[in-house]
Structure formats: structure tokens, C-alpha cells
Design a protein around this ligand. Structure first.
Ligand code: ATP
Ligand code: MG
Length: 756
């Protein structure tokens, strides 16, 4: 059987061109991922050792699926391919090489919670204002520094960065970054960004290691290359430098991670990096109907920055795209749920043929409620991961301490859980003692009597002894026996067992579930190393989506558009197509941000194989307030010939014009709403600031005469004062201090401002 028969000539060309640099930049659904899969199978068929192949995917799930397909062609050999996300592959390499960087092989991977909790602790120690130094913001700065390979030392020496921080009133950021890095090092821990940053350090500082991996990975392939950041780009470039057998595939029109540092230039520069690159074009979309491809093309054509591509489909014409208007988010949920029930029955589909995609996680609530009401089974992707639940994290913290007692976030988490008489004051004393003398927390714990008095020294000392006893157990026992021993002797199992509330019961069951998972792991026959430490490495990088216990379960999929990348479903619903939600209100300040939102919409549309539904609500609760919404501009941008409106258009014209008239009507309704008594608002508790309700009759004014010191009102951000103006017409940037939201920079030509 010709195993390459399922490829068209260009795909086949790209598969057979195994030597030298290859780039495939092609539209959605054109078989890029398929090419990588076949290419790997082809290499192995040609006799390449799977150990010499490295494939980098965007999710663990994608890697798993690819491996299964390759296995069906080449058999068990496929197990030996190096395949996974950047983070999982390089975490594995760092385990082997950690000692060269001064880290233990059993280093801990700090997740986002650990990272933020450590950052918060440092901000507190430095007596900084935690509103100005918001942990999320600080984390973002540190993350972005690492992804641009700026070390703490370089950060603090870089005058431009320091000047920027000082101008923003956050002059201490460099010091926080420095302390954060020292603390992670002291704890033998790396955060997610470190997995890439330290890999770069490793390959840069240790030529012999670089040499080893350059020769190990004779063939490299990267899927979704448009979403790699600088740090990832450089790793790939270094590893490929000797053999140059590198194949990257991507689609500039689907680049949706710029906010996380992804750099579309990586695609554009590939040709410069490898002048003899072979470029393959894939233009035929095999996924979607002509209608859907046509609609997707009409949207993306509105972006100025894109590579020319001609995407076509030879599939059936397909049904028109249905657009539905709902009065509220709850009604939108109801409409979607009912449409799923109906379409499933009518077309003989399964629940798993349907996906509901949304811009923000918060939108899942209305959808979930509606699905539950009529008993439609669903699975929520990207929700709280099993491994992020409190009870699971608690037990895992004990495991982490057992293998790396220097892990300070784990230590702080469980030193007094379950309660053993070590109060906050004692913990504070331990922290201060460690800090003063630059000891590790663990050193203070095992030498408790030197630092603490009587009773607390006893309690802390016993905690240390307990962890040491776990270490002894782990040395000679299986993963499951060790885990069970720790669950019992730490007191966690008993603590949860005694809690007879419904939540307590479910927490107890979750622990059981974790232990079952470890049992299965201990009994696996396909891996040689089955210690609890190996299990821990596996789960540190898992997300909820990878933990899909039964991928064949018949359930509707609910997820954000970001997590739908690379996937496909026969029927797709994109919900919440409203201005300020999609496109997001945070993206309206510049063209590049708006273009990224549009690419996100393009990704969403191109997930659909046979039928696409779009919907919007005319009112929606956001931040506890009922807001009127207007239809998204993206609806106007779709080719009107592809649309079928599920409501009476307000003007006689069809398609796009209807949405514009919707907007006019909306404006009118808004005016009515604000002149009448406000609609009854059901209060929901929220800690977020309320969305601003513009003054009745709000209309943006001419801002050409705007001066520093003037008071303004912004449509959404509320009232504020201009504190700086810079740049030349028409690109003048205003820095405005908003009463509710603090400081923001806006491009005047886009900002809807009213001079008060
Ligand atoms: P995306 O940009 O969304 O990641 P992609 O370019 O990676 O898409 P694939 O997921 O590889 O596209 O392919 C899309 C669909 O088309 C898949 O179901 C795939 O099996 C199918 N397909 C691709 N090429 C062919 C072909 N030559 N013959 C039949 N089906 C194909
Ligand atoms: Mg793909």
C-alpha cells in the first residue's frame, strides 16, 4: 500500500523533501499538520532512527494524536520519536543536564500559582504597593523579559528598560526580577518560561551539550511556527544549525499569541536564516465547505499585514452561515443548545460533532447552563485542571518536597497543612531566619532548634523528620506505594475523610482518583522508569485538555478560540460576536491589536467543516452590570452572500447592511435606555470595577485641541485626566489617568474621547 497516497502533489513534495530547510506557509485546513505527520512516518520508513527526530507541537494533545497516527504506519517504533510541546521536550532535556546549570535533576517546575505567590511574597517583603506592583503585571514583565532572553542582570543594566519602568512608577521591577530569580534558584525550581530560557542558557554556555543535541536531532519539525516566541525560535535555530534538516509549518493569518510574545517575524525571517530554503505552497482546504472557506477569506482580506495566499475548497458548497441574534447571553445559550439538539436529530450527528467557541472563558457559564437544562453532555476544555485543585496540589506539594526539599513554595503550602501547630508567626520566623543568613528554608526546618524556641521548634523539627521519612520510603518503594504512604502519613487522607460535607467528599474522591492514576502509571509496561518522581515530571506540564480521560466520549466541546487552534469539528458555533467582547475592548487601541483579533476570528471560522453558526446577544451581564451590546464589526466584514440571518433584518437590504442598521437601532435604543429609568439590574457580587456607563448622549469630541491637564471622558474607561501627550499627528499618543482604571496610553485617532 502506498502510504503517501493520501497526499496531493504539493503535500507529497513537502513530505519527500526530507533534506535541507523546508517551509510551508499555508492557509487553514490545507493539511500542514498532516504533512508533518506523514513526513515523520516517511523518514522512519526510509530508515531514520526515531530517536533522531524531534517534532515540536503546540499542545500535548496534538503530539499524542500525531504519534498515534504515525504508529499506525510504522508501528511501535513511533514511541521513540522526540515529540511534544516546547515545554515538555525541553523540560526532559533539562532534567538530564540540570546539574550543569547548578540545578538538581529533580528540579521542581513552578506553575503559574507558585510563581505568582512567590512574586506576591517578594513584593510584600520589599514593602511595595501591591496595586502598583500588581502580581499579574509583574509576572507579565518577567515572563516577557525571559522570552526575549533578558536575564535579571541584563534587565537591571538596560537603561531603556529601567527608564521605562521608572517612568511608569515601577522602578523596582528589576529588583523584583532579580530576587525572584534568586529565590527560584535557591528552591531548585524553574517556572514555565525558565524551561525555554534555561535551555537557551544551556545551549549557549555549553557547546559540548549543544553539539550533542545537534547530532541527536538530525531532523526537526515545528508545527504552528507562527506562534513561536524569540526564545523558542532561537532554540530551534541553534539545534538545526549543523544538519539544517528543519521543516516548519504555519500560517501567518493564524498568529494569535502576540500578547504572549509570539513573533510573526519568525516566519518572515525564515527565508533570511536559510537562504536555500524550499518553500511549498498548499492552497487547497480539505476541511471546510466552499461557503466556509469563502467566508473565512472575506474576513482575513481585511487585514493589511498578511502574506498573499489563495485558499480554495473543492468540497461541497455547503449551507450558508447562520447568524442569530439573542436578547441576552442566557437566551443565546438556549438558542445554541436547542440548535444542537435539533441539528443532531435532523442530520444524525453525534454530540462530539459540535463545538461552541468563545472569546473569553467567562462566556462558558451561560452555555453550560443551557446545555445542562436540556441534558446535552459537554466537556469544558481549558477549565480548572484536575491538577490545579487545592487538595491535589496539597498532596502533590508533599511529593514535591519529598523529591526536592528545597522547593519553597511547596514547603510554605503544607508546613501547616494538615494543621500541626505551626502558626503564621513561626513560618514568618523561618522566612526571616532564612533570608537573613541566606539559608534555604529547608535548612532552617531541619535545624529548627537553632532558630526557633521550644514548642514551635519541636513541631517544625517533626515536620522535617516526616519529610525525611518520606524520602526513605520513596527510595525503595513503587510510585503507588510511596504516594499512598505519603497520603496517609501526612494526614491529608484523614483530614479529608473527616470532612463529611459534599465538597469534602468530592475532595476525598479526587485524592482517590489521583492515587488511581499513580497506580495505573506504576503498572505501565511501555516505560522503564516508573518512580513517583517520573510521574511528577509528567504531570507538571499537563493541562486539563491533555488529561482527556476518554477522548471518544460523545460530548459537545466548549472552549476558547485560543485553545481550538489546529482542531476541527463538523458543526461550530461562535458565540458572543459583539463589539467590546469580540473584538475585545482591550484590542481597540491599535491596528495591530485589532488585526490579531481578526486573525482569532479567522481561526474560529476555519475550525468548521460543514456548518457554522454565529450569534450575538443585544444585552449581556459583564462585571455584574447589564450592558447593551452592539453586533461585532466582524459580522459586517463577512461576505454577505455567505450569510443567512435568523431574524428579520431591520432594513430591506441583506447581509452586512443589516448589521450596520442594527447598530443605528442600537444607538437609538441606547439613547432611550439612558433617558428612561435604568433597567432593573440584578446584582451579582464581583470584585472587578464596574464597566463605565457613558454619560447620556455621549459623543466623541474633536481632540485636536487636547492639552495636558484637561479632563476627559472615555466611552468605556470613564473619566480621567490627560497627563501626557507625545508623538506627531496623526499618531499622537495620550497618557490618561482614569479614575477607575488608572493610567492608560491611547492613540488619539482611535480613542473615543469627549473633552469634559
Ligand atoms: P490548521 O491551519 O487549522 O492547523 P492544517 O493546515 O494543519 O490546518 P490539517 O489539520 O493537517 O490542516 O488538515 C485539515 C483536514 O484536511 C484534516 O482533516 C486532514 O486529514 C484533511 N486533509 C489534509 N490533506 C488532505 C488530503 N490530501 N486528502 C484528504 N484529506 C486531507
Ligand atoms: Mg494544523
Amino acid at each position: 500500500m502506498d502510504y503517501l497516497a493520501g497526499l496531493n502533489p504539493s503535500q507529497r513534495g513537502a513530505v519527500e523533501q526530507t533534506e535541507g530547510p523546508v517551509m510551508i506557509v499555508a492557509g487553514a485546513g490545507s493539511g500542514k499538520t498532516r504533512v508533518i505527520t506523514y513526513r515523520v512516518a516517511h523518514l522512519i520508513r526510509k530508515g531514520v532512527d526515531p530517536f533522531n527526530i524531534l517534532v515540536l507541537t503546540f499542545t500535548n494533545k496534538a503530539a499524542k494524536e500525531m504519534r498515534e497516527r504515525i504508529m499506525s504506519v510504522v508501528g511501535q517504533e513511533a514511541k521513540n520519536i522526540w515529540m511534544g510541546t516546547f515545554h515538555s521536550v525541553f523540560a526532559r532535556i533539562l532534567r538530564v543536564e540540570a546539574e550543569l546549570l547548578g540545578y538538581p535533576r529533580n528540579f521542581t517546575i513552578y506553575d503559574t500559582d507558585d510563581t505568582k505567590s512567590l512574586i506576591r511574597a517578594i513584593i510584600k517583603e520589599m514593602n511595595l504597593d501591591d496595586k502598583l506592583y500588581n502580581a499579574n503585571h509583574v509576572y507579565g514583565r518577567i515572563s516577557s523579559a525571559k522570552n526575549n532572553l533578558i536575564s535579571p542582570q541584563e534587565y537591571n543594566k538596560n537603561e531603556a528598560i529601567m527608564a521605562e519602568d521608572i517612568a511608569n512608577g515601577r522602578g523596582q521591577l528589576g529588583q523584583i526580577y532579580m530576587t525572584y530569580a534568586q529565590r527560584c534558584y535557591r528552591a531548585g525550581a524553574m517556572d514555565f518560561d525558565d524551561l525555554l530560557f534555561k535551555t537557551n542558557v544551556l545551549l549557549n554556555k555549553h557547546p559540548e551539550v549543544l553539539h550533542k543535541y545537534q547530532h541527536q536531532f538530525k531532523y526537526l519539525m515545528v508545527d504552528e511556527y507562527q506562534d513561536t516566541n524569540f526564545s523558542q525560535y532561537l532554540i530551534v535555530k541553534r539545534l538545526a544549525a549543523v544538519n539544517e534538516n528543519i521543516c516548519v509549518v504555519g500560517d501567518d493569518a493564524q498568529s494569535i499569541y502576540a500578547f504572549r510574545g509570539a513573533n510573526i517575524q519568525n516566519i518572515l525571517n525564515f527565508q533570511k536564516d536559510y537562504p536555500d530554503v524550499r518553500i511549498f505552497k498548499l492552497e487547497q482546504n480539505y476541511r471546510s465547505t466552499k461557503m466556509i472557506v469563502n467566508a473565512a477569506n472575506s474576513v482575513i482580506a481585511k487585514n493589511q499585514n498578511q502574506l498573499e495566499k489563495n485558499v480554495f475548497s473543492e468540497n461541497e458548497d455547503g449551507e450558508k452561515i447562520k447568524v442569530t441574534r439573542a436578547f441576552s447571553d442566557n437566551e443565546e445559550g438556549k438558542i445554541v443548545a436547542e440548535a444542537i439538539a435539533q441539528e443532531r436529530a435532523l442530520k444524525g450527528l453525534k454530540y462530539k460533532d459540535f463545538a461552541i467557541l468563545y472569546r473569553t472563558n467567562a462566556q462558558s457559564r451561560a452555555m453550560e447552563e443551557a446545555l445542562r437544562k436540556i441534558n446535552i453532555p459537554y466537556k469544558l476544555y481549558g477549565g480548572t485542571s484536575f491538577y490545579q485543585r487545592k487538595e491535589i496540589k496539597d498532596l502533590i506539594a508533599y511529593f514535591r518536597l519529598t523529591f526536592n526539599p528545597n522547593d519553597e513554595e511547596a514547603l510554605k503550602r503544607v508546613i501547616n497543612y494538615p494543621r500541626r501547630g505551626i502558626g503564621d508567626t513561626t513560618l514568618e520566623k523561618i522566612l526571616v531566619a532564612a533570608d537573613k543568613q541566606q539559608y534555604r528554608l529547608w535548612d532552617v526546618v531541619v535545624n529548627a532548634p537553632m532558630f526557633l524556641d521550644g514548642r514551635s521548634a519541636g513541631a517544625v523539627g517533626n515536620f522535617g523528620l516526616m519529610i525525611q521519612s518520606f524520602q526513605a520510603v520513596a527510595k525503595t518503594n513503587s510510585a503507588f506505594d510511596t504516594a499512598m504512604h505519603i497520603a496517609q502519613h501526612s494526614g491529608i487522607l484523614k483530614d479529608l475523610y473527616e470532612d463529611k460535607s459534599v465538597e469534602g467528599l468530592s475532595r476525598y474522591e479526587n485524592i482517590q482518583e489521583l492515587l488511581n492514576g499513580i497506580k495505573e502509571f506504576s503498572e505501565r509496561e511501555d516505560i522503564a522508569e516508573k518512580g513517583l518522581d517520573v510521574f511528577m515530571q509528567d504531570i507538571a506540564l499537563l493541562t486539563n485538555d491533555d488529561n482527556d480521560k476518554d477522548p471518544n466520549a460523545d460530548t459537545v466541546s466548549l472552549m476558547t478560540i485560543h485553545s481550538s487552534k489546529g482542531l476541527e469539528f463538523p458543526v461550530v458555533f461562535i458565540v458572543g460576536l459583539e463589539e467590546n467582547l469580540f473584538p475585545s475592548q482591550l484590542s481597540l487601541n491599535s491596528r495591530s491589536e485589532l488585526e490579531e483579533e481578526r486573525r482569532l476570528f479567522y481561526v474560529a471560522v476555519t475550525r468548521a467543516e460543514k456548518k457554522l453558526h454565529l450569534s450575538y446577544a443585544t444585552s449581556r451581564y459583564r462585571w455584574g452590570t447589564l450592558n447593551n451590546c452592539e453586533p461585532s464589526r466582524f459580522l459586517d466584514e463577512l461576505n454577505p452572500a455567505c450569510l443567512e440571518l435568523d431574524f428579520q433584518p431591520r432594513s430591506s437590504a441583506g447581509g452586512a447592511e443589516s448589521f450596520q442598521s442594527e447598530r443605528v437601532v442600537w444607538k437609538q435604543r441606547e439613547a432611550d435606555t439612558f433617558s428612561k429609568p435604568k433597567p432593573k439590574v440584578v446584582k451579582t457580587t464581583s470584585i472587578l470595577p464596574k464597566a463605565h456607563v457613558p454619560t447620556p448622549g455621549f459623543a466623541p469630541s474633536d481632540t485636536s485641541g487636547l492639552q495636558v491637564g484637561m479632563e476627559v471622558e472615555h466611552e468605556r474607561f470613564g473619566f480621567g485626566k490627560v497627563i501626557n501627550l507625545e508623538g506627531n499627528k496623526p499618531d499622537i499618543k495620550a497618557t490618561i489617568f482614569f479614575k477607575e482604571l488608572g493610567q492608560k496610553q491611547l492613540l488619539l485617532k482611535f480613542a473615543k474621547l469627549r473633552i469634559v
